[in-house]
Write a protein that binds this ligand. Structure first.
Ligand code: ADP
Ligand code: GN1
Ligand code: MG
Length: 355
């Protein structure tokens, strides 16, 4: 049993209701440390913000306050930041930065798209999330992680990791390194599109995996989009592609048995129906053309990030065992390879949906 004396003490600084009864680890996020706090009156999420990943947590909280307020005005449910008794959005202690959210009850988070309808509805909710932010003044947002989905830049970071081989693990992942090298010229279509203006810059979520949305267990509809740390200017293609990467797979992101990991075109269709259905008024022809490619790109990018972290010695993503990042990388590369082969089929699906 972990000792939560420190957390219990720091919760005294927040304007929460009731007396703390329990604190326990919660969820499956890879970045922050998330805990469920139960008091005799309410439930909360306490998070220790990962300040290795988010170098400027004040800027992250600034973005979150603005975005949640804006979404609230659109009539949608969003995260509620519980401020400290001094009115600050987070608490800085010697040990790190902490924030508290209201726990959004009666909701389910899925680690896998087990249900076509749930996945379709998550697509609709992420599409709606973009619609809600369409008139948000992007200049108010800080870039919380620089060049987050700049895939060519991610490739440069990967090359650096390979060159340095800090962990000495390069010998364990030669095949995976070769996989990336063979595809190094396939990584720049969206970044180039944003640069030359053929792909519009929008305010996007940038981390749209299925466990970053809370679903209503009864209606199976999206209840609230969460994990707003990376809401920044980006491309709608990032949000579409990242959801497909995680959800249109027949297995978990860290499935060890690769024979169980396959790209599922029916799940792709389900998500596309939801997402494209929500954004159909604004999606451009070029964006629609690039939707299949975005699935491939976000998947190889994420695999490359897991691989980079494996080679660097697991300094970024939370891992449960030494090869965890390599296992995750392998599922992503298997999916990316299949997506590359099936790009035309995906394009057909998009055409059918757009009529
Ligand atoms: P990370 O950045 O580490 O992914 P998240 O903010 O996504 O952290 O939180 C991790 C998990 O905690 C989510 O996948 C979700 O299951 C749960 N969670 C986070 N915030 C809330 C909330 N306000 N209400 C209910 N569950 C939440
Ligand atoms: C991280 O924070 P979380 O677990 O929802 C990561 C995403 C990756 C994802 C892979 C800030 O998401 O970019 O796609 O893991 N978030 C950050 O599962 O790097
Ligand atoms: Mg998350």
């Amino acid at each position: 049993m972990q000792d939560y004396t420190k957390e219990c003490k720091l919760l005294e600084s927040f304007a929460i209701q009731g007396k703390v009864q329990s604190i326990a680890p919660y969820g499956e996020g890879h970045i922050n440390v998330t805990m469920l706090v139960v008091t005799d009156q309410a439930k909360y999420i306490l998070q220790k913000i990962n300040t290795v990943v988010f170098k400027n947590p004040e800027q992250v909280m600034n973005n979150i306050l603005l975005v949640t307020e804006h979404i609230g005005k659109c009539g949608a449910l969003s995260l509620t930041v519980i401020k400290t008794k001094d009115g600050a959005p987070m608490l800085k202690t010697e040990d790190g930065c902490y924030r508290v959210y209201d726990f959004i009850d009666d909701s389910v988070t899925y680690q896998k798209a087990e249900d076509r309808e749930v996945f379709k509805n998550s697509g609709f909710a992420f599409g709606e999330f973009q619609n809600h932010l369409a008139d948000f003044d992007a200049s108010k947002l800080f870039e919380t992680i620089a060049r987050f989905h700049d895939t060519p830049n991610r490739f440069q970071n990967f090359l650096k990791a390979v060159e340095e081989n800090k962990s000495g693990r390069l010998k364990d992942c030669e095949k995976e390194v070769a996989f990336v090298m063979e595809r190094k010229d396939t990584l720049d279509k969206i970044v180039k599109g944003l640069e030359d203006g053929s792909v519009p810059l929008r305010v996007t979520h940038n981390d749209t995996k299925l466990n970053n949305i809370l679903m209503d267990g009864k209606t199976k509809k999206g209840k609230a989009v969460i994990d707003l740390d990376t809401v920044m200017p980006g491309s709608m293609l990032y949000d579409f592609g990242d959801s497909i990467r995680f959800g249109a797979s027949t297995a978990a992101e860290d499935e060890k048995d690769l024979s169980k990991v396959n790209f599922d075109i029916d799940l792709f269709r389900a998500y596309a129906e939801g997402f494209v259905g929500a954004v159909k008024e604004k999606i451009t022809k070029r964006e629609a053309e690039l939707l299949p490619y975005s699935a491939y790109l976000m998947t190889i990018e994420c695999g490359m990030r897991f691989l980079t972290d494996f080679i660097d010695g697991d300094t970024y993503f939370a891992t449960k065992y030494p090869e965890h990042n390599l296992v995750r990388c392998r599922t992503q590369f298997k999916l990316a390879e299949q997506m590359q082969v099936r790009e035309k089929e995906m394009a057909q699906v998009i055409e059918e949906i757009l009529g």
